[in-house]
Design a protein around this ligand. Structure first.
Ligand code: ZN
Length: 419
C-alpha cells in the first residue's frame, strides 16, 4: 500500500463514520473482508490457532486479534468517539416560527465552530416490532437538515471580544419552519429508508449532529487532511489497517473503545471490562493470561497537539510537535500518559529501523495535560504501554487538521512492530 491509497481510504472512512456506531460497523465490515471471524460475547468461543477474530460491544467498540502460539502481542488502542452535540430524548422545541432541537454537548467540544455549519444527524435507534421484539438499527440522514445560526454582530457587540456560549440556550439547531413536524414520523421515515417498515413503537435513540462538509485534502501541496473526528478516527484507521496487514501467525490485537471523550467509564469504554474479558477468554489459564499480559506491549494512539503557528507559546519550546514531521511520543511525569523509558525505547527502535521520524511531546509545566485511554488500560490490565499520537491542530473543533504524511508513517511503524 502506498501513501495515496492509504489517505484516499482514510477520507472515505472519515466520511462514512459520523458516529461510533457507524465507525464500528465499518470496521467490522473491513475486518470481515480481511478474513476475521466474528465472535459473539453471549456465545461459547472455540478459538483455533492460525485464525483471526473480532468482537464488538454496544455496537460502538471493537476488538480484533490474531490467535496463534506466540503470546507477545503488539496491541494498538484507539477510541471511536468524538465530541459532538447529542439529541436530547424529547428534542423538539417549537417557538419563534421554527422547530429546533434540544441538544446536550458530548465531551469537551469547542462550541464556536458549530455555528453556521450544515448539519446532519446519525446514530442508533431502538424500536419494538410487531412481534414485540426490541430491535436496534443505525441511521444516517446524510442530507443537511439543520443549522445553528450565529447571532448577528449588530445584536452582539462583544462577539469578537468576550463571546460566551450558553450550552442550554444558544446551540439548538434549527430544523424547519413547518411547525407540523413530528419527531416519531421523522424517525420512522428514516427507518423506512433502511427498508425497516415493521415499527410498532419507537423507544429510544442515541443520535448526534455532524457537519456534512466532507473530509478533504487542504494546502498548496495537499499538505493537510481537514475533517471532523480526526480525533480519533485517524488512529482507528491506522490500527485497523495495521491488523488487516499482518499475517495471522503474528500476535497482534487492535482495540477501539467508545466513551474516551467522557472519561472511559462505561461497558464499552477503556475503563470497562471489554478488553480484560476478551483476553481472559483467549487465555483461560491464569499463568498463560499473565504471561501474555506481561510480554505484550500496547501502543495507545490518540491525537497529539501540534504547535499552533499563531499561538506558539502554548507549547514547551523543546517539545513542540510539527505537522508532517512524524508520530508524536507523549510523555508525562505524572502518568497522565502511560509511556515509560522502556516502551518509548522499543518504539524508537522500530522507527529507527524503518527510518520513520518521531517527535516527543510533554505539556508545558505550567499548563494542564489531557489524558487518554493509555493510562486507563495500563492501570486496569498491567500491560506495558506507550502513548503516541498524530500531530493535530484544532483538536475537538467540528473540523480538525492533521498532516497528510503522518498517519501513513504511524501505520508503517505499527506494522513494523510485528516484523
Ligand atoms: Zn482523542
Amino acid at each position: 500500500m502506498n501513501k495515496n491509497d492509504f489517505n484516499e481510504g482514510l477520507l472515505g472512512f472519515l466520511n462514512a463514520s459520523p458516529t461510533p456506531f457507524h465507525t464500528t460497523l465499518n470496521m467490522a465490515m473491513m475486518l470481515e473482508n480481511a478474513g476475521f471471524i466474528k465472535l459473539i460475547e453471549t456465545q461459547k468461543w472455540d478459538l483455533k490457532k492460525g485464525e483471526k477474530y473480532y468482537v464488538t460491544r454496544n455496537d460502538s467498540s471493537v476488538i480484533a486479534f490474531t490467535f496463534g502460539d506466540d503470546k507477545n502481542y503488539t496491541m494498538v488502542g484507539a477510541h471511536t468517539d468524538s465530541p459532538n452535540l447529542k439529541l436530547k430524548p424529547n428534542p423538539v422545541i417549537k417557538e419563534h416560527g421554527v422547530v429546533k432541537f434540544g441538544v446536550e454537548p458530548y465531551g469537551g467540544l469547542l462550541l464556536n465552530p458549530w455555528f453556521d455549519r450544515d448539519l446532519s444527524l446519525a446514530g442508533r435507534v431502538s424500536y419494538l416490532n410487531s412481534k414485540d421484539e426490541i430491535q436496534d438499527t443505525l441511521i444516517d440522514v446524510k442530507k443537511s437538515i439543520a443549522i445553528i445560526p450565529s447571532l448577528a454582530i449588530h445584536l452582539d457587540d462583544k462577539a469578537n471580544k468576550d463571546k460566551t456560549i450558553n450550552k442550554q440556550t444558544d446551540i439548538c439547531p434549527i430544523l424547519t419552519t413547518n411547525e407540523d413536524f413530528d419527531f416519531d414520523e421523522f424517525l420512522k421515515w428514516q427507518l423506512s429508508k433502511n427498508k425497516i417498515l415493521d415499527v410498532k413503537e419507537l423507544y429510544s435513540s442515541e443520535l448526534s449532529f455532524y457537519d456534512t462538509h466532507s473530509a478533504s485534502f487542504v494546502g498548496l501541496h495537499d499538505d493537510f487532511i481537514s475533517s471532523a473526528r480526526l480525533d480519533n478516527l485517524l488512529s482507528c484507521y491506522v490500527g485497523l489497517l495495521s491488523i488487516c496487514s499482518v499475517e495471522s501467525d503474528k500476535p497482534m490485537l487492535f482495540i477501539a473503545n467508545d466513551h474516551e471523550e467522557v472519561g472511559s467509564e462505561s461497558t464499552s469504554g477503556a475503563g470497562g471490562s471489554f478488553l480484560e474479558n476478551t483476553l481472559r477468554r483467549m487465555y483461560k489459564d491464569y499463568d498463560d493470561y499473565m504471561g501474555m499480559i506481561r510480554s505484550s506491549v500496547l501502543i495507545c494512539a490518540d491525537n497529539a497537539h501540534a504547535i499552533h503557528p499563531n499561538f506558539p507559546t502554548k507549547h514547551d519550546k523543546e517539545h513542540s510537535p510539527l505537522i508532517n514531521k512524524g508520530v508524536v511520543i507523549k510523555i508525562n511525569a505524572n502518568q497522565r500518559y502511560a509511556s515509560n523509558s522502556t516502551t518509548v525505547s522499543k518504539f524508537m527502535n522500530v522507527t529507527k529501523r524503518l527510518t520513520e521520524p518521531y517527535q516527543q511531546f510533554i505539556a508545558r509545566s505550567d499548563m494542564g495535560c489531557g489524558s487518554t485511554i493509555g493510562p486507563i488500560t495500563a492501570t486496569r490490565l498491567g500491560i506495558e504501554t506507550i502513548d503516541v499520537g498524530l500531530p493535530t491542530l484544532g483538536m475537538h473543533s467540528i473540523r480538525e487538521l492533521a498532516g497528510s504524511d503522518d498517519a501513513f508513517s504511524l501505520y508503517k511503524i505499527v506494522v513494523g512492530f510485528n516484523s
